[in-house]
Design a protein around this ligand. Structure first.
Ligand SMILES: Nc1ncnc2c1ncn2[C@@H]1O[C@H](COP(=O)(O)OP(=O)(O)O)[C@@H](O)[C@H]1O
Ligand SMILES: [Mg+2]
Length: 273
């Protein structure tokens, strides 16, 4: 299949064109994911650009982004597929007069027309280029991770009534995790691993400059420094890159100020700030 990127530098440039400033190791992992056709597991604290990386890859490669947002209680019917029961019932009722044998009815109602595809199956069946984002995978229970394994290792989904559906064109798969719990070995084994952390001062300034067009360079520098110093404090949640940007907009008297609720929710007493 056609490779999407020629080299690691090409990844860096392609991401930069869509305003995502990656470091060489991020670009390296994206390059390998494309060449080896392996999913990438991106792990790191909130707000360091994990979700944005998947979006940027989709935009820069002209792919459709299909997102599976994970949450506690996510199940097969929301992740893979589900039968359209209402439509099946209507069909059975409509068919009553015809007195067709059950086998005919069954093969009819368990066919494509009655299938509701959810993100994983949708990504596997798409004929256009796709980036599949499985966001915040650490939020599902460890047992639910098993739902993902077939997709991640073989790029296929088994629907008992229809057989195995295999990807025509393998999507780029990005999984993100905020590391709230340890993921299963089975899942980790199937992925390339990328740890994202807060960027160094220079790159953070650059991100702010890219994301807040027309920003004064000195101001960008000051805000990036302030946020860095806040991150040193013993906070319940460290300020993310988007909050550096918000700080910028606040400082410029534009919309958005620091997210006071989450960023400054101190574990220690308030006067220590
Ligand atoms: N490397 C980066 N280049 C450009 N913007 C970035 C980068 N990293 C983070 N951002 C900014 O930070 C915001 C939050 O990132 P996001 O991907 O939502 O974080 P999370 O890691 O929690 O998924 C993004 O919308 C983007 O504006
Ligand atoms: Mg995210």
């Amino acid at each position: 299949m056609a490779e999407r990127f020629e080299s690691v530098d090409a990844v860096l440039e392609a991401l930069r064109r869509v305003d995502y400033l990656a470091d060489p190791s991020t670009a390296g992992v994206v390059f390998l994911a494309d060449r080896l056709e392996k999913p990438v597991l991106v792990e790191g604290p909130a707000g360091v650009g994990k979700t944005e990386l998947a979006k940027a890859i989709a935009t820069t490669t002209g792919s459709r982004l299909i997102r599976l947002q994970c949450y506690e209680g996510l199940d097969e019917s929301k992740a893979l597929y589900e039968w359209n029961y209402k439509k099946q019932l209507l069909r059975i009722q409509a068919d009553r007069e015809h007195e067709r044998d059950w086998e005919t009815v069954e093969s009819d109602i368990f066919s494509e027309a009655f299938l509701l595809t959810r993100p994983l199956l949708e990504a596997i069946r798409a004929d256009e280029p796709v980036v599949l984002l499985i966001d915040e995978v650490d939020r599902v229970e460890i047992e639910t991770e098993a739902l993902l394994l077939e997709v991640l290792s073989d790029f296929q989904v088994s629907v008992p009534e229809l057989g195995t559906i295999t990807a025509v064109r393998r999507p780029i798969v990005v999984l993100t995790s905020n590391n709230t719990r340890e993921l299963s070995e089975a899942l980790k084994r199937r992925c390339l691993f990328l740890h994202l952390d807060y960027p160094d001062a220079e790159r953070e300034q650059e991100i702010v400059r890219v994301r807040v067009p027309g920003i004064d360079a000195t101001l960008a520098d000051q805000i990036a420094r302030i946020v860095r110093s806040i991150r040193q404090l013993d906070l319940k949640k460290a300020p993310s890159i988007s909050e550096t940007r918000a700080g910028q907009q606040g400082a410029e008297g534009r919309r958005g100020v620091m997210n006071t609720q989450s960023s400054f929710d101190l574990r220690k007493s308030e006067h220590e700030v």
